[in-house]
Every structure is written in C-alpha cells, then in structure tokens.
Design a protein around this ligand. Structure first.
Ligand code: PHE
Length: 338
C-alpha cells in the first residue's frame, strides 16, 4: 500500500473542491476512520524499523495536504446545490436557545457591583489553602478550639493542605502583598465538612470584604453594611448581634428581617423572620501584625457573607440544594440576563 503513496499525493494535490458532498466524500476517502491515510499509517506501523525512515515524512505531508484541502474547500466552496434551503435567503433563521446565568453568579455580581460603587476592588485567592492563610494568620492557632467552628476538609497529600473553609484566607493573602489603604471584596467557593441539609452544604460561596486604613471605626462598618443591605434588599431592617470570630474584635453577626408572609419565608428563616447573612467585625490587631501592618497606625473592618443565604432570600428558595442540582427547570427561571 505504501508504494502508492506518490499516487495518493497526486490525487490529493489535484483535488479542486466541488459541492459539499464531493468535499465530504473526499474527506471520508482520505481522512475518515477507515480512510486511506489511516490505512497507510497502519501499514507504516508494521514496517521494520529501518524502512520507516523512507515513509514517515511523505506520509505526514500527505496527511497535512489532505487536511488543508478539506479545510479550504469546506470554508470557501462546497455549498450543496441539492440542498435548496441554502438558496432561500429569505428563510427565517434558526432560533438560538439562550442560556441563563446561575442565581449564585447573579447575586455575586450584584454584591460586587454595590461595593464597587464605593471603591472596593476584587481579589481572588486559591481554593486549596495552607494552614497559615486559612487559620494561623487569622488568629486561629493549631489546636485552638475555635477551629471546630469550621469543620475542615484536609487533603491527603499533606495535613498542611486543606480546602479553604472561608474566604477570610484571601484577607491574609492580600494584606501580605499590599499596603493600606486596602479596600476589596473576595468572592469565591468555600468548603466545609458538613452534613448536607436543606440549609447547609459542603460547598458554598462567600464574599469577603476587607477595609484597612487609618481611623476605620465600627461606625464605618455599620454604615457600610446598612448601605449594602438597603441597596440589595430595598429598605430593610437589620440587626447586629454580638458574636465571636477569632480574627475580628469586636465581632457581630448581621441578620436581615424578612418577615413571615409565605411558607417559603418560614422555611428560610426557621420561623423567626430573621436570617443571618454575614459575620463581621473590626480586624483583630494581631491579624494585622501577622501580615506586617502596624496596628497602632491602622485599623480595619472585615465581613464575610454567604451568597446562597442571600440568594435564598432574594429569590425565595427554600432549599440550598437547589443551587447545586443544576436542574434545568430551576435554572431557566433566572432568564437570560447578561
Ligand atoms: N469567615 C467567617 C465565616 O466564614 C465570616 C467572617 C468574615 C466573620 C470576616 C468576620 C469577618 O464564618
């Protein structure tokens, strides 16, 4: 078969296109699964080593030439005169089905837009983190009981590697590499070893916020959160409950009042009307010191919110698992908004 290489090459060289079906016929003859070129390669493989040299290069040239021919004629000529639909230029086009943006992305984008209005930029960090960025630098030393607040997936490769349990690790990464004033949001996926239920999931999404500058106060934090919730939910009642996070002092949790008008509200807020949407507080001075920022000169606030929670409120979704099932009937309801 290989003796005919020259003849095949000529045939390929002489091919001058034609109708779409002629081009396709040519393609199948030379480049199809059972085509000449595959057969030639098969024969080539069976050759003893010393004969291979003579055929390898011409074989590749033949293949390339055949591919080039098909490509050029598929693009330029090759309209099939038998296919009348090509000739009717007034024929209506085919409708394209539009995709839709996932509700988590919609809400994330909305949150980023609101904060970008007052100067927050966007930062990212890795999902596979080390102990320092996820815990130790955030004032959570090894064996500290507060680590239990976030049940962690450690990676087998090394106990130092883990899936980040919160986006607070991005605070550390960013502060290590930049000097105040700092103002940024860090959206991303986080992982916790939790039982999956209607209200919790092993994988979820957070948006972290950090603001570090001279004279940043708790009043600034409160004002910022208030502005944010009003932009997102409209006029809304919020409350700040004292709380504890190792990396902020003082710390608070923010609840939004959603009411109890529908059964979904009842499910989302567990019958209280309030839903916790974020944790926040003033950056603990020792966190600033851990990344080399002078805590006498600078102070800051930080917050971290769960996107699923907020999306559940905004879209009245009673079960967090809906976000991960990718049921097309669910996703389609969010329309094509881009
Ligand atoms: N990282 C905290 C959590 O995941 C949230 C948080 C962020 C709290 C920033 C305070 C400040 O629960």
């Amino acid at each position: 078969m290989l003796e005919n290489l020259q003849q095949y090459q000529e045939e390929v060289n002489n091919f001058n296109g034609g109708t779409a079906s002629e081009v396709e016929e040519f393609r199948i003859k030379f480049l199809g699964k059972k085509g000449i070129i595959n057969d030639l390669f098969f024969a080539f493989k069976a050759l003893p080593g010393d004969q291979k040299k003579a055929y390898g290069q011409p074989l590749n040239i033949l293949k390339k030439a055949a591919e080039d021919k098909v490509e050029s004629f598929q693009n330029t000529q090759g309209i099939d005169e038998n296919n009348a639909s090509f000739e009717d230029l007034t024929r209506p086009g085919y409708a394209k089905s539009k995709g839709s943006i996932h509700p988590i992305s919609l809400v994330r984008n909305e949150i980023c837009d609101i904060f970008s209005k007052f100067g927050f930029s966007i930062a990212f960090g890795p999902e596979v983190e080390d102990d320092w960025h996820n815990f130790t630098a955030l004032n959570l030393p090894k064996y500290h009981p507060a680590r239990d607040m976030q049940d962690t997936f450690f990676l087998d490769v090394s106990p130092e590697r883990l899936l980040r349990t919160h986006t607070s690790s991005v605070q550390i990464r960013h502060m290590e590499n930049a000097k105040p004033p700092l103002r940024f949001l860090a959206p991303g996926r986080v992982f916790r070893n939790e039982a999956i239920s209607a209200r919790s999931h092993c994988l979820f999404h957070q948006v972290e916020g950090l603001y570090v500058d001279e004279n940043v106060s708790f009043a600034d934090l409160k004002q910022t959160i208030q502005y944010f919730t009003e932009s997102l939910f409209g006029k809304s009642k919020i409350r700040m409950r004292p709380s504890y996070f190792p990396f902020t002092e003082p710390s608070a949790e923010v609840d939004v009042y959603w009411g109890l008008e529908t059964e979904t509200d009842y499910r989302i807020t567990k019958g209280t009307g309030w839903l916790e949407i974020m944790g926040c507080g003033m950056v603990d001075p020792s966190v600033l010191e851990n990344v080399g920022i002078d805590s006498d000169q600078y102070s800051g606030f930080a917050f971290g919110m769960g996107i699923e929670r907020i999306a559940m409120l905004l879209y009245q979704i009673g079960d967090i698992r809906m976000f991960f099932e990718n049921d097309i009937r669910f996703l389609q309801q969010f329309g094509a908004q881009y």
